[in-house]
Design a protein around this ligand. Structure first.
Ligand code: PGA
Length: 279
């Protein structure tokens, strides 16, 4: 396990029954992508952390900083024992070790103090040719090393306009997650990110997002059971900003956000966490 010793809250609950009594966690995860030098990243984290402490009760929302791999250990150290804030990597390799130049195993990621790993982001599916089968292995590697996967899914504009987009996204979940045991599925975080809304300034409407989130939860319930599906946080991602966060978080099946661009501005990110805490 990592050096960051405060564990995400699900670890406080020992079985499915206890957890089913709990409300779903609200989570806002920043995805810094390939932005910020080491120094700039530490500066951003140093701005965000005291604001979160002052303004957001950790019991109401969990904040996650998804940093580049080289920032992970230092940001985890800055967080220290601050409650309700965690670090996420943006990827991990599916294998444990070996001659894979430039890669990082889940074990190595966990040893930095990271608690989460973003997997299956559409940019990695597109530019790094990550397949559903590979992502299933990465999910396993993450869990085997104590990391919680934030599993991303979502359809392209072409799929949205010309195909059964709900079936498409459901199939992404089945292919990479449905081999998991119920115990592991309970720990998952899912992020629905319509590709046409990522970095475009175009957000899915509250209703469009809710339609998909409800369908995905029903799909999870069909396979893992309603108790499990009711616990899995499903985050929305795609041009989330302080101005549209409250509307999205007001939807029954939207449990937070995966935030790209706005997570690079400390005040914007903290305001989105606040919106989740108040939802
Ligand atoms: P965006 O990115 O908020 O900049 O649209 C979201 C993401 O890709 O996770």
């Amino acid at each position: 396990m990592g050096i960051h010793c405060i564990l995400p809250t699900f670890d406080l609950f020992t079985n499915e029954k206890d957890k089913s009594l709990m409300a779903r966690q609200k989570i806002v995860a920043g995805n810094w992508k390939m932005n910020k030098t080491y120094q700039q990243g530490l500066e951003l984290a140093s701005e965000v952390l005291p604001m979160l402490k002052d303004e957001v009760l950790p019991s109401q929302a969990t904040a996650i900083l998804g940093t580049p791999a080289i920032h992970l250990a230092a940001v985890a150290k800055l967080i220290g024992s601050q409650a309700g804030v965690y670090v996420a990597a943006q990827n991990c390799h599916d294998l444990g070790q070996g001659a894979y130049t430039g890669e990082h195993s889940a074990d190595m990621i966990a040893s930095t103090g990271a608690a989460y790993v973003i997997l299956g982001h559409s940019e990695r599916r597109q530019y790094n040719h990550e397949t559903e089968g590979l992502l299933a292995k990465k999910v396993d590697a993450a869990f085997a090393n104590g990391l919680i996967p934030i599993f991303c899914c979502g359809e392209s504009l072409e799929t949205r306009e010309h195909a059964d987009y709900i079936s498409f996204v459901k199939a992404q979940l089945s292919a990479s997650l449905f081999h998991l045991s119920k115990d592991l599925a309970l720990k998952l975080v899912i992020a629905y990110e319509p590709i046409w809304a990522i970095g475009t300034g175009k957000t899915a409407s509250d209703e469009q997002a809710q339609e998909m989130h409800a369908a995905l939860r029903q799909h999870l319930a069909g396979h893992f059971g309603q108790n499990v599906a009711d616990i899995i946080p499903i985050l929305y991602g795609g041009s989330v900003k302080p101005s549209n966060a409250a509307g999205l978080f007001g939807q029954a099946d939207i449990d937070g956000a995966l935030v790209g661009g706005a997570s690079l501005q400390s005040r914007d990110f903290v305001n989105i966490v606040k919106a989740a805490a108040q939802a």
